[in-house]
Design a protein around this ligand. Sequence first.
Ligand SMILES: *[C@@H]1O[C@H](CO)[C@@H](O)[C@H](O)[C@H]1NC(C)=O
Ligand SMILES: *[C@@H]1O[C@H](CO)[C@@H](O)[C@H](O)[C@H]1NC(C)=O
Ligand SMILES: *[C@@H]1O[C@H](CO)[C@@H](O)[C@H](O)[C@H]1NC(C)=O
Ligand SMILES: *[C@@H]1O[C@H](CO)[C@@H](O)[C@H](O)[C@H]1NC(C)=O
Ligand SMILES: *[C@@H]1O[C@H](CO)[C@@H](O)[C@H](O)[C@H]1NC(C)=O
Length: 426
Amino acid sequence: MTRNLVIVAMVMAAWVWSTNGQPRPPSLTSSSSSVLLREGQNLTLECPVDGAGDLRVQWFRNEQPATEKGSLFRRLTIDAVSRADAGAYRCSAENDVGALVSRAVNVTVSYLDDFGAVPEEFWQISASVGGYFVLTPPPLRANPLHDIAWRWYFHDAVVFPNRTHFVSSTGTLVVLEASAEKAGPYKVEATSALGRVSSRDYVVEMNSELQNGAFSGGDPTIALAPRDTVFVRTSGQRELVLECVAFSRSLDEVVINWHHNGTRIVPDGIQYELEQFSRRLRVNNPSFPKNSGVYACEATRSFTSAKGQAWVEIYEEPEITSTMPPETPGSLGQSITLPCRARGWPRPLLKWFKNAVPTSKSIAEDGSLIISSVTEEDKGIYQCEAINAAGSTLSTTWLRTEASGPVLSERPNNVSVTVGQEAKFL
Ligand SMILES: *[C@@H]1O[C@H](CO)[C@@H](O)[C@H](O)[C@H]1NC(C)=O
Ligand SMILES: *[C@@H]1O[C@H](CO)[C@@H](O)[C@H](O)[C@H]1NC(C)=O
Ligand SMILES: *[C@@H]1O[C@H](CO)[C@@H](O)[C@H](O)[C@H]1NC(C)=O
Ligand SMILES: *[C@@H]1O[C@H](CO)[C@@H](O)[C@H](O)[C@H]1NC(C)=O
Ligand SMILES: *[C@@H]1O[C@H](CO)[C@@H](O)[C@H](O)[C@H]1NC(C)=O
């Protein structure tokens, strides 16, 4: 009984080490591509590798070593992170057979400090009765900015969006049909999961006359134009928001229509939604290339119109479309091509690693790596990495060289067999 257990344990140990007696290099396990944490929290990253025996691990931040080489600990811990610790983290893991790198993890450290300094004039706004005015928040020292909720106050009462008041997703307030009652103190508040910061008062003064007879004919004008936008599909946002506010002295007669690449957008409640008098366009789950291009808002009143437009780029993280098997057998003297094709936007850069070291040797124009005559030195782990501004991904194979004779196994080197039983260690 005990004897059998010993054998079972040994067979299992041999199995972990190898399926055929040959020692194996480390392999990658799945890992997340991004981590979001607050300043002061502890960062813990586990090197996503499997492998028997002692793996020697090293961590890198933005490709610079962050830990000593050769550590037996797979985990990286940074106590009380600061915003300076943000970056792309990855590890390399090595054993006697080969070495590989892990996929980079984008570590974002969130914070909410305060509004930055602005000149005194910033707080003084003069508007014309019958016109409109626009108040923008001071620069906010916070990360990530797309998580911020904005709220404006007038005389300490919350400004709710309506026909004459609009608050944009980036915090800009537009007040239409300016009048004496709309003069006075305004202030803006930014809120995130980390807390809330408040600005000092803006002072809005009203001039009684419209300058230069502007807007007198009721012709529409764009008070807030849509902004050029880069939408990163991996950043946790699900929708692209474009905003446009038009003004006219005959405000009720103004109609806003949106166009994409010159084609009118019809809200369908699925991909396209219009809100707040069509001032806000939501594009749900946008993708590249379909939803990139020019977005224009057109404000029309009777036979006159005004137009604002913005360029939208959709970034998509790379995806490797060619496949490499986990193991590539290579006979000595043979020629081998390891493929690497990727899609994504901006167009991904391709980079090859051999045993965790970048290699630029024999890369073909299409990104594949060519070994014209396999030698013993060529064996090891090959990884192709596709990188763009939205992220990175890896494709990995272990190139094993095969001599014609049987491969001598290094392990298990201690085989005990119970008499009368058969044990196989292939
Ligand atoms: C962070 O790690 C330190 C030391 O390891 C520990 O004392 C502290 O409680 C940890 N903080 C959090 C928020 O877990
Ligand atoms: C629109 O909102 C503003 C600010 O909240 C308010 O002062 C104004 O009375 C509102 N207008 C209408 C027509 O409800
Ligand atoms: C709009 O134009 C952009 C840029 O030329 C293009 O990438 C995109 O596919 C176009 N989309 C549609 C729906 O026409
Ligand atoms: C990392 O995350 C930040 C914040 O979410 C983002 O701005 C940046 O583009 C990301 N970088 C990569 C390479 O994914
Ligand atoms: C082989 O087995 C012997 C006796 O069980 C043990 O002392 C020795 O450490 C083993 N050697 C290896 C390399 O496992």
